[in-house]
Design a protein around this ligand. Structure first.
Ligand code: SF4
Ligand code: SF4
Length: 180
């Protein structure tokens, strides 16, 4: 006997009710008042942004849903979402939006608001700390590998003084406890 195939239900986001009492009507205006938010209210939910996004199929909240959530005032859900931090900053959504909504930049604004509230994922803080401490985000390829690739073996060390000076004035530096 063959096992009955499980029929997939609709995505969770389509069946989860929205708690109207938790909506923050100021959130939309807050985003709209920022330099990137001018066209926010022009969104007509066409989902072109989601169709263009290379990572949306991994996300619970797709780009067009995030924009709708901002318009509805779902501040907590948006600022606590992992999606705003996982955006690849590829601008595919923003380039294609027929209404000129600055989706990528709005996600940046959301990240800044989240950071103001101390809601930065640990892995992002770890990267920021790496940048502060070493002046780079990635480990430089080992000398023997560089030689195999025909590259100069010695990579000059980086001075982190300039980076620390910049980060001292930024949220990133303060949140990561660096830049001092
Ligand atoms: S492409 Fe633009 S108008 Fe369409 S859903 Fe996305 S943000 Fe809204
Ligand atoms: S910028 Fe972010 S949200 Fe827009 S398409 Fe790229 S990954 Fe998706």
């Amino acid at each position: 006997m063959t096992e009955a195939k499980q029929i997939a239900g609709p995505p969770a986001t389509l069946v989860e009710p929205i708690d109207m009492s938790q909506l923050d009507s100021n959130f939309r205006d807050e985003i709209r008042s920022m330099p990137n938010g001018e066209e926010l209210a022009a969104c007509f939910a066409c989902s072109t942004c989601t169709a263009a996004c290379p990572i949306a199929n991994q996300w619970k909240y797709k780009p067009h849903q995030l924009i709708r959530m901002i318009l509805l005032g779902m501040r907590s859900e948006v600022l606590n979402s992992k999606e705003i931090w996982e955006c690849l900053t590829c601008f595919q959504c923003q380039e294609r939006c027929p209404q000129k909504v600055r989706i990528t930049d709005i996600l940046f604004d959301c990240k800044n608001l989240a950071a103001d509230e101390g809601k930065v994922p640990e892995k992002i803080l770890a990267l920021a700390k790496e940048l502060i401490d070493k002046g780079q985000l990635y480990v430089v390829t080992a000398d023997w590998e560089r030689e195999d690739l025909g590259l100069q073996p010695a990579v000059p060390g980086l001075s982190t003084d300039g980076i620390k000076q910049i980060l001292r004035e930024t949220r990133t530096g303060k949140l990561a406890g660096g830049g001092t």
